[in-house]
Design a protein around this ligand. Structure first.
Ligand SMILES: NC(=O)c1ccc[n+]([C@@H]2O[C@H](COP(=O)([O-])OP(=O)(O)OC[C@H]3O[C@@H](n4cnc5c(N)ncnc54)[C@H](OP(=O)(O)O)[C@@H]3O)[C@@H](O)[C@H]2O)c1
Length: 263
């Protein structure tokens, strides 16, 4: 689908990867609508990109509905907002569990439900969900994040099939560990298991490629990680044993502690 001249709603623009995606979309000629929950960060960003802004909290179902209503003519949705949701489930309060599922899974599914009818009616549109390689392979201290990203991947693949022939495409873009900015870079940790990182620019390029070529799935990660995740998806029991031998406990602890405040 052609990005130039299309109205694009982008969530999570106030985060590390979102800004880069906004920049690439603006350069490609998109008519941007940016959303985030912090007005003081969102509005200057919107001004920088000449975009409209809508403040909304993706953990609040009413805000999600209002956002969709205010963005009724959206041609392209890029659902990028998420919480890191790292750590062990038993260390989460029930409210924190709900928030992780609401922001990472419910909100993107509901936005798709509310925005896709206009796209189908006009015979053109695209929905991109920013997932994660954690949607292909489970890792320790990530069960909630794994649940939401596995769920998002399944939803994207299924919804894509349902919309086949309508002119509306659906893609999932799955980054590995991202350097320089975003929820992993901010922890200051090295990629566990020496898996390497990708830049926010590569993730943004993956998002644009997914829309322009109507790709089902784009995995933005170093080759070793893509291969490892493919094996883990097929043989999860084997992957679990390999991971247990990787001596990554202290790195994982660093990531979890650093992300704890965002639950
Ligand atoms: N960074 C990585 O290494 C990595 C790897 C794989 C996948 N990803 C995925 O890439 C996407 C972007 O991640 P990132 O690294 O840019 O993360 P980030 O810097 O933490 O940004 C996350 C964005 O989501 C927004 N958000 C969180 N809770 C929200 C809520 N309740 N309502 C509205 N917005 C909310 C944040 O808003 P605030 O600014 O208000 O907090 C922020 O804009 C996510 O889907 C993530 O799962 C990231």
């Amino acid at each position: 689908m052609r990005i130039a001249g299309s109205t694009v709603l982008l969530t999570g623009v106030t985060g590390g990867i979102g800004r880069t995606i906004a920049h690439r979309l603006a350069s490609a000629g998109a008519d941007l609508v940016l959303t985030g929950r912090r007005r003081e960060v969102l509005e200057p960003l919107a001004a920088e990109f000449g975009a409209r802004s809508v403040v909304a909290d993706m953990a609040d179902p009413k805000d999600v509905t209002r956002l969709a209503e205010e963005c009724a003519g959206t041609d392209i949705l890029v659902a990028n907002a998420a919480l890191p949701s790292s750590g062990e489930l038993l260390d989460y309060t029930p409210e924190q569990v709900d928030r992780a599922i609401d922001v990472n899974l419910r909100a993107p599914v509901m936005l798709a439900r509310l925005l896709a009818p206009h796209m189908v009616d006009s015979g053109r549109g695209h929905l991109v969900f920013v997932g994660s390689m954690s949607g292909k392979a489970a890792t320790p201290s990530s069960s909630l994040y794994n649940a939401t990203k596995f769920g998002l991947r399944g939803f994207a693949h299924g919804f894509r099939q349902d919309l086949h022939g309508t002119g509306v495409g659906v893609s999932i873009v799955q980054p590995g560990f991202v350097s320089d900015a975003g929820m992993f870079a901010e922890t200051g940790a090295k990629a566990p298991g020496g898996l390497g990182t990708v830049t926010p620019g590569k993730v943004a390029a993956g998002v644009l490629r997914a829309v322009e070529r109507d790709l089902c799935e784009v995995n933005v990660a170093p080759l070793m990680m893509r291969l490892g995740c493919a094996v883990a998806a097929q043989f999860p029991g084997f992957a679990e044993k390999v991971q247990r031998r990787s001596n990554s406990e202290s790195t994982i602890r660093q990531i979890v502690e650093s992300q704890r405040a965002s639950r």
